[in-house]
Structures are given as structure tokens and as C-alpha cells.
Design a protein around this ligand. Structure first.
Ligand SMILES: *Cc1c(COP(=O)(O)O)cnc(C)c1O
Length: 376
């Protein structure tokens, strides 16, 4: 197959990221009915691999796959894991944790939010106070990496607290899974979630919840608030028949298998080193041009950099975006506490050299539109 025909774009948006040609072409397979045993075996193998990425014991943890974008996991977790007459506590310090609260509201689930500043990591002592005051909380929910700000929350501390107060620890790791090393044992995670198109550098359309099988079994007695995204129903179908209840995204599954092969080949630590190397190159490029970054660097995931718009009459994000896009680089807008900002992310199958090339193009864009450099 001639793989050189696909143009390589560098995506600096917060997922989906740049994929390898081998992952792209892994989607080109003979047609197969997903009810075939061969496909069931593939699903089972992928499910086990997804657990392995976060060091889960396969006899204790399982993967539950859904056909949808990452938000389907949020929907599945909040609608499936809260027992009758108990509450979910949502540690809320960004767009994604807020989304979980919105899902609770939509389903009429008893929830409470701990609203914290969106520009720094969640303070565990405030979570402890909330748990102390609310023994009815059965689930502590947080977002590991708030992808808009780049803030990284203290997942392990939150897990320890949840367990200390007899609650389960559910965490949205969509934008860290398979990038920042996660260990469900030491990080005290009962349930986490991610999507194929983020850390694993595969295709969009496939998402997964990984959690303790004992919890999934227990949740069979909880109210079924969503027919399509109920975790227990999907879990038991996958367990009994190695099948998702409804049609899976077949070709996306093959791409994910290839992405997992490439994940193991690159290795957990070297891959995280590469993402950090890319992030440092982004920071250096931004600093040289004089841009301001609103979030303290030490509070960040080192995967996303939020950058304030410069105060320059010639700065027009859309124009700069389009100039870069035409040359194969995608940058992404995003507000930080009401201030207009944009983002550059260290996701995907890219390395330092791609960032150097990006800044050559970005600087040319600034010059082209007359934005003075260094910016102010
Ligand atoms: C990307 C992302 C999601 C899912 O977003 P979708 O647009 O539904 O794919 C959920 N949580 C976090 C933290 C994310 O970064």
C-alpha cells in the first residue's frame, strides 16, 4: 500500500492528534461482521490491553467500550455508578468536570459540586471537608487533567480521600491516559475513562471506561438512567459474548489495535518523555516570541499550553490559524477565565522537530500580518 499519499498534518489542538500512517491504514481491512468470533476475540484482546496500560490486574479490572466520543464515558459513569439515594461529589475546576455535573442534571441524579478555582489544581483539604460534611456521597468524581487550562489535579490524593470516606474514585483521564503514566493501584482509581483518539493516537469514535469488575457487578442493582450508556449492560454483554450490545465502529477498532501495538513498542516512559519534550519545545517557542501564559507552569500537565492573545491591533486568531492550517499546522482557541487565549498541545505522533517547524511557520504568520514580535 502506498502510504506516502496521505499528507501529514501536525495537530496542536487538544485531540484528536496526529496519527501514524500505519494506524491510518490499519483501518483498511476485509469487511467483517462484528458478531464474528474473530472480531469478538479482537475486542477481548483490546479490552485486556487497555487495562494493562494503567497497570490494572485483569482479574480485577475490565474495560467497557462504547461507540462515541469521550463524553459518552462521562455520560456512562454518572448515569451508571451512583446508587439510589446516594450522591456523587464532583470536584469541579474546569470545563470537563463541569460537563459531568451537566450530565447529572440532565439525568436528575443527586449530585453536589465542589466549585474550585479553574486556574490551579484542586485543594485536597477542601475535598476532605466536603466528604466530612456529606456522608451520603458514594462517588467522588474528578477530572485528572482539565484540558482547557492544562491544570493537572492530584489524582492520587483524591483517591486516598475517597476511599478514606468509603466512596469510590471515578476519574476522567481522557487527556492523560497513555501519556502520563497512570497506575490504578497506587493512584487508587476505581474507574477511569479515555478515548482512542487521545493518548493512544488512534481514531475517533471509540471510547472506554476501565474499572473494577466488582463495582460493575454491584451496579447491576442501581437505577438504569440511560439505556444506551449503561455500564453494567455493556459490561455483561462484553463478558458473556465478547460483543458490544450494538454495532461497534469496526474499522476504528482495528486502528486501535495497531495503535496499541505501537504504544507497547514505544513504551510508557519513553512516550511520556517524548510528550514532555514536545511540550518544552512549545514553551520555548512561545517564550521566545514573548507570549504570556496565564497558568503556572508547575501546575500543568505538560501536555497543553494556554497562551493569552497578544494586545496587538494586527493580531487576529482566525487569520493566524488559517495561515498555519494551510501549511499543515492546526492551532486551537480556548478561553481562560474569560480572557481570550489559544492552545498548543503536545499530543499525537509528533516530536520536537515538528514544533520547531511549526514555530517557523507561526513566526512567518505573525510577520505576514504585521504582529510585532516580541508580542506584548
Ligand atoms: C477530550 C476530552 C473529553 C471528551 O471530549 P469529546 O469531545 O466528547 O471527545 C472528556 N474529558 C476530557 C478531560 C477531555 O480532554
Amino acid at each position: 500500500m502506498n502510504t506516502s499519499e496521505v499528507k501529514r498534518n501536525i495537530l496542536l489542538n487538544p485531540g484528536p492528534g496526529t496519527t501514524t500512517d500505519t494506524v491510518k491504514y490499519a483501518q483498511v481491512v476485509p469487511d467483517i461482521c462484528p458478531r464474528e468470533r474473530e472480531f469478538g476475540d479482537l475486542m477481548e484482546e483490546i479490552g485486556r490491553d487497555l487495562v494493562r496500560v494503567v497497570h490494572g490486574d485483569p482479574s480485577e479490572y475490565a474495560s467497557v467500550l462504547f461507540c462515541g466520543s469521550g463524553t459518552i464515558n462521562i455520560d456512562a459513569c454518572v448515569s451508571s455508578l451512583v446508587p439510589q439515594d446516594r450522591k456523587i461529589l464532583i470536584v469541579s475546576n474546569g470545563v470537563y468536570s463541569k460537563r459531568a455535573a451537566e450530565a447529572c442534571m440532565a439525568y436528575g441524579i443527586e449530585y453536589m459540586t465542589l466549585d474550585l478555582p479553574t486556574t490551579c489544581p484542586a485543594d485536597p483539604s477542601l475535598i476532605q471537608n466536603a466528604l466530612e460534611a456529606h456522608p451520603e456521597v458514594a462517588v467522588v468524581y474528578s477530572c485528572h487533567h482539565e484540558t482547557v487550562s492544562g491544570i493537572l489535579n492530584p489524582m492520587r490524593e483524591i483517591g486516598v480521600l475517597a476511599h478514606q470516606y468509603g466512596a469510590i474514585h471515578v476519574v476522567d483521564t481522557t487527556s492523560t491516559y497513555a501519556m502520563i503514566p497512570i497506575d490504578v493501584n497506587t493512584d487508587q482509581v476505581d474507574v477511569l475513562m479515555a478515548s482512542a483518539q487521545k493518548g493512544l493516537m488512534a481514531m475517533t469514535g471509540l471510547s472506554f471506561v476501565i474499572g473494577k469488575t466488582s463495582l460493575f457487578e454491584q451496579s447491576r442493582n442501581y437505577p438504569v438512567r440511560s439505556f444506551y450508556t449503561n455500564i453494567y449492560m455493556q459490561y455483561s454483554s462484553m463478558k458473556k459474548k465478547k460483543e458490544m450490545r450494538f454495532t461497534p465502529p469496526v474499522q476504528t477498532v482495528y486502528a486501535l489495535r495497531q495503535a496499541l501495538i505501537e504504544y507497547w513498542r514505544e513504551g510508557e516512559a519513553p512516550k511520556w518523555d517524548r510528550h514532555q519534550r514536545v511540550w518544552r519545545a512549545i514553551c520555548e517557542g512561545v517564550d521566545v516570541l514573548g507570549f504570556r501564559t496565564p497558568i503556572q507552569r508547575e501546575d500543568q500537565s505538560r501536555l497543553v499550553l494556554s497562551i493569552d492573545y497578544p494586545k496587538d491591533p494586527h493580531w487576529d486568531f482566525t487569520q493566524i490559524h488559517d495561515y498555519c492550517f494551510e501549511r499543515g499546522f492546526t492551532i486551537y482557541p480556548g478561553n481562560i477565565s474569560g480572557n481570550p487565549a489559544f492552545r498548543l498541545c503536545a499530543y499525537g505522533a509528533i516530536d520536537e522537530a515538528d514544533i520547531h517547524e511549526f514555530f517557523r511557520v507561526f513566526k512567518a504568520a505573525l510577520d505576514h500580518f504585521g504582529v510585532s514580535v516580541p508580542v506584548h
